[in-house]
Design a protein around this ligand. Sequence first.
Ligand code: ATP
Ligand code: MN
Length: 598
Amino acid sequence: MERIISNEAKTQVGKEILLKGWLHSLRLLGKVNFLILRDRGGLIQVVVEEKSELNKVKDLQPGSILTIKGRVQESSQTDLGVEVVIPEINVDVAVEEPWPVEVNKPEIRAGLDTILDNRPLTLRNERIAAVFKVQATLLETFREYLIENDFVEFMGPSIISASSEGGSELFNVDYFGYEAKLAQSNQLYKQMMVGVYERVFGTLKCFRAENSNTTRHITEATQLEFEVGFIEKFEEILDWEEKIMRVFLKKLHEKNAKELKMFEGVAELPDDSEIPRMTLKEALELYHKETGTDERNEPDLSPEAERFLCKYAKEKHGTDFIFVTHFPREKCAFYAKPNKENPEVCNYGDLLCNGAEIISGGQRMDKYEDLVESLKAKDLDPKDFVDYLSIFKYGMPSHGGFGLGLERLTKQILNLENIREAVLFPSDPKRIAGVSFSRSFGQGDDMVEAVRKLLDDNKLKYEFFEHEATVTSEDAAKVRGTKAEEGAKALVLRGKKTGRNVMVVLPGNKKINMKKIAELEGEKFSFETPERLKEKHGLEVGGVPPFGNLLGLETYFDKSVQDEEYASFNCGSKFKSIRMKSEDLVEVVSPKVAEISQ
Ligand code: ATP
Ligand code: MN
């Protein structure tokens, strides 16, 4: 029998079908049980009544790969309108490993740091996967629409020898002993390509070494670059931008209606509305008049002004987009063309969406002499731009274009809180390709080393294990082959009033008595969050060793820790552990010993 995809099942009512996919979740209700299977079409419900079938799956973790044969039946209870009954289940890959985060809920209930720390797995969450499906559609639509309009796609270089625009922060590359740079845009190259094809676009990774931790900046971003020759006036660039936004939204509603439903405040641009256009001067006047905040002498928009303007566009024009144009020359790049009537400003504009800039674009200078003069005025050396400048000696038409950040666009269109949600493996001042520095550069490893050094210095004997990841103390005991009660479980607590951390250590099979800790410490405590544990101590849940002394924390050991001859614990990471004599552990940590378990 040939496999069919879940979203085709509704064409097969009454028939026998074969599905393959991942076990998404199981709801065990006794007589009737629901198994949800995930495949590339989405989720489908399988009703399991037969005990022998249920036994095959009831202890499996989500992610297990199953082949299921069954009959399709109509159902008013499911989104698909159908479900599968009388299944015959085959387990192809059994997953037994418990998940470090629960991803099979509509939304993951964890902070962004935890979500990114487990990126390869959290990408499987429905809502997170939807973000990147939407992003793929945006990219596809950009290409498709421009190719239809006679544009040629080009691939610009990412390693360059000097700044493409001067000024801004670039990453250095050690290039066979020379200092090269990572490109921060493809501006100069796309202009060169206009001399070849008139109409060009490119998608390029660009790198910005800005050490800022905002919700809208990353250090590696995808730029959609657009450049067109033979324009009559600057406003044609804005027209292209507006048209492209309409095409984006139309395509998303056609292709990703199901995904869009998972987000609130998705950007709108109804057919009967136009994107309002105002100059920076007008925008700042309006902002001042309506809010009393006076930024009329600023060369740029503040994030608050951007939010205000988008709100204004929504209320007055029914759209989440607005253009702000004619920025002062000082704010614009050297190649921006000054306005004829008012040379103090440039024919340059930003497109804002849902509260933030998504595009910068405008008309470019097209005369050699103007460019040389402009470079000098910005303290740049024309000698560094000979290749670029050469095109203007050999015929460049009036032209312009824009740069659009793909991740920024995704964030603003879906109204996400943080741009990192719109990057598969984000790089920023704290992460490289999704992996936080504390993991890639080993704060956790430092901890293991610190513990081993302490034990070695004290001439204490211990066994050291490296193993698969374990989060719970039961798992840890299993992989180490030790008893649960000899596990020394270390927990970091946080004072509800003072925010102070203390460490408590108890046997793996016991639970903490929070009342007792409150009594001992004079305030109530709760578990420290994984985010803060990471930020403050560089440790992950499941990797905290019972050495509060090394973390500078007040440390309590439960009395019963010493009942066992040996103590075993994960040390600095989920992958490493140590087994040593309990009395040695107590001696070297010198904690307060009390009855703190229940
Ligand atoms: P911003 O003012 O938001 O920092 P910018 O004006 O410095 O952006 P441009 O050089 O105009 O950025 O880049 C064009 C587009 O690329 C921006 O409108 C934005 O969509 C995107 N972009 C720029 N910098 C970043 C970044 N650090 N992270 C993500 N996207 C970016
Ligand atoms: Mn910009």
